[in-house]
Design a protein around this ligand. Structure first.
Ligand code: GLA
Length: 367
């Protein structure tokens, strides 16, 4: 029987952090790093999940009832997809699914969304000739929300499904519409800097931030009932929020949404310096108002910002560890890597990793 291969990328977010679940604008880009899936059909009603980079493998019967179990480890992501397909009445084919990833896991580059999207795409491709990718992103987000239990927004799954080479993906998360913005950095490099910090708090803190935004929206709606999302709120309207913490969360959301709009203008005229300044402002807002950065990310970002030739740096993704990005002149990249690596290990005892970003395409079948 014939093996079929599929690929789904990871993603970075250029700007627009924690806005997707607030109905805002986000600007991610898909990476060339990602997850490759080999699908080998079988005809005994079983599905086997395995990966050469993980010791945990699993075999189930297509007819089994599937529930999330911590001990199933990474297999929970494909299992969630299979469970959701069955729930929605899609035929799930018997097969071996073999995952190969070159994406650092648990570092905020959306390895879980890549596994979800590539699994759903591969399984659905067995019976469907055309898969609507926005629908696919929503389908996988639902798995993350309901099966995995993370109340994430749509950004990661959307970027992994619909990214495009050399382009940033502007997503309007309220309208679920997107646009491609050419992203050419010329003499500059977009560098990914990994804190390699184990991310223990991310799940509970993420859901907490989402709840705080819902509270901010509830307060605003007491005076302006037709507002549906926090990102629609004009900056001065958040003054009515009396709780200091909730106010700060809302301030991040409304100012970050304005920064995304500014970035779009700067990219249209290739003004990378202003883009860099907006990256710095975004990080500052995420650290001080949204409080999702932390010592490791701050140390890394501030060290990068000190390097001459670095136009800007910020954390990317959910935060609490994970990765940051820096926009740096090609001739200064090595200096930045050395400097940040040195400062980072001195302050945190951890080794940083660095990857040069190459922007690739969203999910696809490989020939
Ligand atoms: C995680 C979530 C996304 C988004 C980002 C923060 O990556 O999965 O939905 O909320 O955090 O921007």
């Amino acid at each position: 029987m014939q093996i079929q291969k599929y690929f789904a990328p990871g993603r970075v977010n250029l700007i627009g952090e924690h806005l997707d679940y607030n109905g805002g604008l986000v600007l991610p880009a898909a990476l060339t790093l990602g997850v490759e899936l080999a699908l080998l059909p079988r005809n005994d009603g079983k599905i086997q999940l395995s990966s050469p980079t993980h010791s945990h493998t699993l075999e189930i019967d297509v007819s089994d009832d599937i529930a999330f179990q911590t001990e199933n480890d990474w297999c929970n992501y494909p299992l969630g997809i299979i469970a959701q397909m069955k729930k929605e009445g899609y035929a799930v084919p018997s097969c071996n699914l073999i995952y190969n990833s070159n994406l650092p896991e648990g570092s905020g580059l959306s390895s879980s969304a890549a596994v979800e999207i590539v699994t759903a795409f591969a399984l659905l491709s067995q019976t469907t000739s055309r898969i609507d990718l926005v629908w696919l992103a929503n389908f996988c987000k639902q798995v993350e929300n309901e099966f995995i239990g993370v109340q994430c927004g749509i950004m990661d799954q959307y970027a992994v499904a619909l990214g495009r080479q050399s382009h940033a993906l502007l997503i309007d998360c309220a309208a679920l519409k997107h646009d491609y913005i050419p992203f050419e950095t010329g003499d500059y490099v977009l560098l990914i800097m990994n804190t390699n910090k184990p991310r223990s708090l991310v799940l509970s803190k993420y859901n907490e931030r989402k709840a705080e935004c819902e509270e901010a929206l509830r307060v605003i709606q007491t005076t302006t009932s037709d507002i549906k999302n926090l990102c629609e709120v004009v900056p001065h309207a958040i003054q009515q929020i009396t709780d200091e913490i909730i106010y700060k969360r809302a301030r991040h959301v409304v100012t970050e949404n304005l920064r995304v709009k500014e970035v779009i203008k700067t990219l249209q005229v290739n003004d990378l310096s202003t883009f860099g300044r907006l990256m710095n402002a975004s990080h500052q807002s995420l650290a001080a108002d949204y409080e999702v950065s932390g010592m490791e990310l701050d140390t890394m970002v501030h060290a990068a910002q000190q390097v001459k030739g670095c136009l800007g740096a910020r954390m990317t993704g959910a935060g609490f560890g994970g990765c940051a990005i820096a926009l740096v002149h090609t001739t200064k990249m090595e200096e930045l890597v050395n400097k940040v690596g040195e400062v980072y290990i001195k302050h945190t005892g951890l080794m940083a990793s660095f990857y040069q970003t190459e922007i690739g395409d969203g999910v696809s079948a490989l020939l």
